[in-house]
Design a protein around this ligand. Structure first.
Ligand code: NIG
Ligand code: FE
Length: 411
């Protein structure tokens, strides 16, 4: 099967081939052109006269399909009442006292049947596809017990079938909240017993931990790092979200693949992070919905960090699921260009999940997972909140085309 995307106003291409991530996304090229695809791969940049299908991309941008490398799918239900409390001035402590927070999602998950959980997550994932999310990370973390965490990991794997996304990565967020009957140290002992099983049964590619005064400490992050190293898993960490704990140096010393949130990053930790082979995953959806501090996105980009964006889709801090929306937030909030924000949801996000040799940029030989946007890339952040995706190409085949854009495709 061969396809030809012709006459695009912009084709978003890396400055050179084979880069695992972009520390200088300003160098991305966005020039007029065409993309040829064959047998599921990007074949080149000529018009293919013998293509089985042709897409008229006049006025459009062709970009790599988006990757959401930090979500909390699958979860059960939502917490809209909690959001209303939050915005009308009820304190975090009081929300927790009234039964809100991570523990309430853990209770909801425990009560929901498997089919319901997978159906809710599958429906969200289908919506995500229409706004361009083609690869997706899922996490545990609402399990509330050893059995509960194992169940949530298995439900995350069910999304490999239930979600339309071609690629799903699973992360074991085994230290999210301290379950009833444990203190943080005691729960980490359980985690240490659980990780060998997670690794040997291939239940996750990464371990994750939430470092915060109400959750786990830097010593537990260090422990999680040792477990990740011992079992060949990536280490990821929720750090510096609500307060500064100086967790970044600890995560870097532990060889973390990513540090996520960073709204309260200590200024002295910015340069070491920017120099490390560790992604800075920024989550502006959580920042805006929770009235959090703003991560130093501009300074991280200027210092050459591997900058990444994700939705953090979860029922508490970020009930958002659209990466175009996240791109819009990041551009406004961090002072990024469209190129910087798009690199952060394509190649750099792919690298976090270990996928960047296969997807994340438009270069010959990579999987032909592409989006056709109905305007130039600069419109994604500028026409804030609007879905710009006109068509989704999966492995070289048009997978979804927006109704008003169907005229573009011919056989
Ligand atoms: O990434 N901060 C920790 N974990 C999630 C929120 C989870 C929840 O509130 O349910 C986050 O923001
Ligand atoms: Fe998160």
């Amino acid at each position: 099967m061969r396809g030809s995307l012709r006459n695009a106003a912009q084709v978003l291409r890396p400055p050179e081939e084979g880069l695992p991530y972009l520390r200088r996304p300003k160098d991305l090229r966005a020039e007029p052109g065409s993309v040829a695809v064959a047998e599921g791969r990007i074949a080149g940049f000529e018009d293919d006269a013998d293509a089985d299908w042709v897409l008229d991309a006049a006025g459009c941008a062709v970009v790599p399909a988006f990757i959401d490398c930090h979500t909390h799918l699958p979860f059960a239900g939502w917490r809209a009442e909690e959001y209303e409390m939050k915005v009308t001035g009820v304190s975090y402590e009081e929300i927790a006292q009234r039964g809100g927070g991570i523990r309430s999602s853990a209770r909801a998950l425990a009560q929901a049947p498997d089919g319901e959980v997978v159906a809710q997550a599958g429906a969200i994932a289908r919506d995500m596809l229409h706004s361009g999310t083609f690869g997706l990370e899922c996490k545990s973390g609402y399990g509330g017990s050893v059995e509960g965490e194992l169940r949530q990991l298995r439900l995350a794997h069910a999304l490999e079938v239930e979600a339309p996304q071609a690629r799903v990565a699973v992360t074991a967020l085994l230290a999210h909240t301290v379950p009833d009957g444990f203190d943080a140290d005691g729960w980490m002992d359980e985690v240490a017993r659980l990780v060998p099983r997670v690794a040997s049964e291939r239940l996750a590619q990464a371990l994750d931990i939430y470092v915060e005064s109400v959750a786990f400490g830097n010593e537990h992050l260090e422990q999680m790092g040792d477990l990740a190293t011992a079992h060949g898993l990536y280490l990821r960490a929720h750090v510096e979200q609500f307060a500064t704990h100086r967790s970044v140096p600890v995560a870097l010393a532990a060889g973390a693949r990513s540090v996520d949130h960073l709204a309260c990053l200590h200024p002295d930790d910015l340069r070491p992070l920017a120099r490390a082979e560790c992604a800075a995953v920024l989550l502006p959806g959580a920042e805006i919905m929770g009235a959090e501090e703003t991560a130093p996105g501009r300074a991280l980009a200027d210092a050459g960090a591997i900058c990444v964006l994700a939705t953090d889709c979860n029922p508490g801090t970020s009930p958002l699921q659209s990466l175009p929306l996240i791109v819009g937030l990041a551009v406004r909030r961090y002072g990024w260009s469209a190129r910087e924000a798009l690199a952060a949801v394509t190649l750099n996000a792919a690298w976090v999940l270990g996928w960047s040799a296969e997807v994340g940029s438009i270069e010959p030989g990579k999987a032909a997972d592409l989006l056709v946007l109905d305007g130039p890339i600069q419109h994604v952040p500028y026409r804030f909140g609007r879905n710009p995706v006109a068509a989704v190409i999966e492995s070289g085949t048009p997978r979804w085309v927006r109704r008003d854009q169907e005229w573009r495709i011919s056989a």
